[in-house]
Design a protein around this ligand. Structure first.
Ligand code: OSB
Ligand code: MG
Length: 407
């Protein structure tokens, strides 16, 4: 990259903010029940302006080994000092920090090369094992600052090919079948283009059958087990075939590709991995082994938006459809997810719901479903960086701990 691109993104400080935001209704999955989202926010201060991002780690290490306290600790003790030291000499993106796939015939590589400061974050933090959600938050904040300084949107940087994205909604396990059907009917009325039901042993064939009946044969429906089943459940899971689902998401443990391969071999419903896919390498491996034929892309789980671009690119080349998952993001993370979902390989509606699916009031301007021809869609933000503004008065009002300043 030219000197000019590198100039003006010198990292000066990193701030960590913790907020708690109540959910409009409890969200229950096979791994737990949440009533409030605890969010770790990262603000980077650079000599070219600020950038914001949210960390998608949950309050507890149930979906993933990562959790908010752990992410904050690893950022404070290891990641932030390393990032500040790596960039102390004046700008990111020196020779050692060039992206790993340099051909510009590759859309992901071209996008990554256009943001050298953000591209330098991953390599600078690679000495720490794992902690992808924490690393992703730092990279996303640097990316926001860098794109704002360039006057470019995330959508344009990523290579978006549409201005609106199709939205699905993830529906938690309900106390009763009747309450589930009420909730789903409400989302259908709001225009959501796809329903995803959380399932677990004892909450599967009956609720899925009832929702299929409610939606009719043409309604897009999929299920997500969040690792709640075991290999012995394969005959039961294969019975889901009769409901014409788009996919079944992560029925078995994160490490258990073999059971996913065995299920895929006996059922017609496509198997889609979420928890098991950590980066481009694990995605390619899972596809090659027949463990997944559709990939859920969650930037936090994969260590960042830039790795997500690499996974998207690899899946596109193999004609494996991808879709954008969600982690109950506020408008800040949602904005970046919606930009990502505008890429060509995102062929299924994402868990990119409107702000009011989770929050009565959002941290940024709210995301609202479109109307008319854009019913069930969200508009891709077009402003610089994430394209949304963090409402700093809410960061203060919702704070659950004093901010931490690292420099
Ligand atoms: O498995 O996709 C998942 C939420 C938290 C952790 C894991 C998952 C989810 C969801 C909700 O399904 C997605 C969303 O609406 O943000
Ligand atoms: Mg999932």
């Amino acid at each position: 990259m030219t000197e000019q691109t590198n100039a003006g993104a010198r990292l000066e400080a990193i701030e960590l903010h913790r907020i708690e935001v109540p959910l409009v209704r409890p969200f229950e999955t096979s791994f737990g029940r949440e009533t409030v989202r605890e969010v770790l926010l990262v603000r980077v201060r650079t000599d070219a302006g600020d950038g914001w991002a949210e960390c998608v780690a949950g309050r507890e290490p149930f979906y993933s080994s990562e959790y908010v306290d752990g992410a904050a600790a690893v950022i404070e003790r290891y990641l932030a000092p390393a990032l500040l030291a790596a960039t102390a000499g004046g700008g990111h993106g020196g020779p050692g920090a060039s992206p790993s796939h340099p051909s510009t015939a590759d859309g992901a590589a071209a996008a990554i090369a256009s943001v050298p400061a953000a591209a330098a974050v991953g390599p600078a933090l690679a000495f720490v094992a794992g902690h992808r959600m924490a690393k992703a938050a730092l990279e996303a904040a640097v990316l926001d600052a860098e794109l704002r300084a360039q006057g470019r949107s995330m959508a344009s940087c990523f290579g978006a090919v549409r201005d609106w994205v199709d939205c699905g909604v993830s529906v938690g396990i309900a106390p009763t079948l009747e309450e589930l059907l009420d909730e789903v009917a409400g989302y259908v009325e709001q225009g959501y283009r796809r329903i995803k039901l959380k399932i677990k042993p004892g909450w599967d064939l009956v609720p899925v059958g009832a929702v299929r009946e409610l939606l009719g044969p043409a309604g897009l429906l999929q299920v997500d087990a969040n690792t709640a089943y075991h290999q012995g459940d394969i005959p039961l899971l294969a019975e889901l075939d009769r409901f014409g689902l788009l996919l079944i998401e992560q029925p078995f443990a994160e490490e258990d590709l073999a059971s996913h391969v065995a299920l895929a071999a006996v059922c017609d419903t496509p198997v889609c991995l979420d928890e098991s896919i950590l980066d481009r390498t694990t995605a390619l491996d899972a596809i090659e082994r027949g463990a997944t034929s559709i990939v859920n892309i969650k930037p936090g789980r994969m260590g960042g938006y830039l790795e997500s671009l690499r996974v998207h690119e690899a899946c596109l080349a193999l004609e494996v459809p991808v879709w954008c998952g969600g982690m109950l993001e506020t408008g800040l993370g949602r904005a970046a997810n919606v930009a990502l979902a505008a890429l060509p390989g995102f062929l299924l509606p994402g868990d990119t719901s409107a702000s009011d699916r989770y929050y009565a009031e959002d941290l940024t301007e709210p995301f609202v479903l479109g109307t008319g021809e854009h019913r069930g869609q969200l508009a891709v933000p077009q402003g610089s960086g994430t394209g949304v503004e963090v409402r700093e008065e809410l960061v203060r009002a919702w704070a659950s701990a004093p901010p931490v300043l690292l420099r």
